[in-house]
Design a protein around this ligand. Structure first.
Ligand code: CAA
Length: 380
């Protein structure tokens, strides 16, 4: 068993950490307050090769492994989980799904711009009445000759207005239930496609989350990914990898909050000594450190399994379930270590605590992860 990162992975981790500290940190307080999308920052991330990290270089990607992607997500999320979710959705939900299941024409047409930052992708599965219950798709895609007409509403879509390429899950044959669900590539300028108002969120406020409306949007047949009826499998397979990315984000939020708390505890004095010298705080730090290390092992193991070509549905779900719990616990404790200052925005820990919550919700809630895990372990 080798726990050592290779040279390339170490470089990726360092590059992501430098980027987070030098580029994201100076603007995050303002972007969080004003809910401003990190447009320039995402372009710079693309220049680093982080928007298509696992995509084959023949399509303009960086051709890196999943562990490298996880390391980058972790480092960026220590500082700015809003920027990292933009990157995560583009990498694991859009580029990965397109590269794995798209046709050669679809890959050649869409992947280069998704990798170089010209375009951003969004993944459109959730609906007002189909969140956790993802098989209950109401959005319809009706075949009319050489195109489909898509009608329906999607909710809570990350990159909702900043994206140009949308992977849209829709029902093509309601009689077949989830076996009648298909997936389409929809371009933003398609007539009938409307981006709804931006959600005013608790956390990851600098990312843009919108509802989307499809009013008889015409999509050519060649924009369907795979066969009719493949859409639900596509969504599940894609989300299995996405969950590793969100687990890495949760890990990063926890690690970022812990590092802030550790430094603060060493400097802040109370009762004649640094608060880290008080057992009440030292034990909190010990708990935080241990939980983060356990989460890190689960997240890296899931990434490793994916890189080995193994099934990672279970390990990805466990990594997300645990890392998101750790993100919530550790960031809340970090605020406690900071005391009154923890409640003040300029110390950053309250933002990390707000950002942590979504990791227990998106790409499958903690309850859904427990469904996936329990079904896997009870299967035999
Ligand atoms: N790979 C391949 N197939 C899978 C699969 C997987 N990982 N998981 C399920 N399936 C298949 C099942 O095998 C089954 O097919 P068969 O009948 O042929 O065997 C079919 O899909 C239906 O599965 P279930 O019977 O398990 O369906 P269910 O309704 O009981 O449960 C679920 C499905 C796991 C709960 C699923 O609906 C789910 O994952 N829900 C959560 C949805 C989610 O994660 N949404 C996130 C939105 S995207 C987002 O958040 C992005 C963002 O903006 C950041």
């Amino acid at each position: 068993m080798d726990f050592e990162l290779n040279e390339e992975q170490k470089l990726i981790k360092e590059a992501a950490s430098n980027f987070a500290n030098q580029v994201l940190l100076p603007t995050i307080l303002e972007r969080d307050e004003t809910q401003t999308f990190p447009t320039q920052e995402i372009k710079q991330l693309a220049e680093l090769g982080f928007m298509g990290m696992m995509v084959n270089p023949i399509y303009g990607g960086s051709g890196l492994d999943t562990l490298s992607y996880v390391l980058a997500m972790e480092e960026l999320s220590k500082i700015d989980a809003a920027a990292s979710v933009v990157m995560s959705v583009n990498n694991s939900l859009v580029c990965w799904g397109l590269e794995k299941y798209g046709s050669s024409q679809q890959k050649e047409k869409y992947l280069p711009n998704l990798c170089n930052g010209e375009k951003i992708g969004a993944f459109c599965l959730s609906e007002p009445e189909a969140g956790s219950d993802a098989t209950s798709q109401k959005t319809m895609a009706v075949k009319k000759g050489d195109y489909y007409e898509i009608t329906g509403t999607k909710n809570w879509i990350t990159n909702g207005s900043s994206a140009s390429i949308y992977l849209v899950i829709a029902q093509t044959d309601p009689k077949k239930g989830y076996k009648g669900i298909s997936v389409f590539i929809v371009e933003k300028d398609s007539p009938g496609f409307v981006v709804g108002p931006k959600e005013n969120k608790l956390g990851i406020r600098s990312s843009d989350t919108h509802s989307l409306q499809f009013n008889a949007v015409k999509v050519p047949i060649e924009n369907r990914i795979g066969e009719e009826g493949f859409g639900f499998t596509f969504a599940m397979k894609t989300l299995s990898g996405g969950r590793i990315g969100i687990a890495a984000q949760a890990l990063g939020i926890a690690a970022g909050a812990y590092e802030l708390a550790l430094n603060y505890a060493k400097q802040r004095e109370a009762f004649g000594k640094s608060i880290s010298q008080h057992q009440a705080i030292a034990f909190k730090l010990a708990q935080m450190h241990t939980k983060i290390e356990a989460a890190r092992n689960l997240v890296y193991k899931a990434a490793w399994e994916k890189d080995q070509g193994m099934n990672y549905d279970l390990s990805g779900a466990m990594a997300k379930l645990y890392a998101s719990e750790v993100a919530m616990k550790v960031s809340t404790e970090a605020v406690q270590v900071f005391g009154g200052n923890g409640f003040v925005k300029e110390y950053h820990v309250e933002r990390l605590m707000r950002d942590a919550k979504i990791t227990q919700i998106y790409e499958g809630t903690s309850e859904i992860q427990q469904m996936v895990i329990s079904r896997a372990i009870l299967k035999n």
